[in-house]
Design a protein around this ligand. Sequence first.
Ligand SMILES: [Zn+2]
Ligand SMILES: [Zn+2]
Length: 167
Amino acid sequence: MKVRFGEISEEGLRYEIKDESWFPDHELQRTGPILATVILKRNGVDRVLLEGRIKTTIAFACDRCLEDYAMDIDESFNIDLEYAPGSKLEPAEHEISASEMDMIYLQEPVVDIFEILSQQVFLLNPEKHLCSESCRGLCSRCGTNLNQKTCDCKQVSPSSPFSVLKK
Ligand SMILES: [Zn+2]
Ligand SMILES: [Zn+2]
């Protein structure tokens, strides 16, 4: 879904994205519908401000117990798009800290909304995946999911200082 800068006014255009084809289904496992909203505002000849919001539910595998769990995502983001043909410049640091916006330089004065949404959804993907803060994970010896039952193994990992002391 592409919008040319020329179609965008200063008052802005608002899109409720019903089409879900942009979502990277082969990389992220979605368990609910997506609600995506995008507002485009013209900011001078070569600039467009994009205000986006993505709401959905994504299933992740827990880092500790490896079970799938669903996480509600509801994130807003702002991106400053600048038409700068031939530019591969990184945005200057002061610009980011002043506005806390991401900046994207475009080779053409065209906003590819689906591409931006699919990039953003990866940024919403948290670094740590835990089904709950108190997840007890798997036993490092027998692999039992300790959230579901306990096992008879001694819960001392071979690398811990205590096992060294024992010897
Ligand atoms: Zn877990
Ligand atoms: Zn065990």
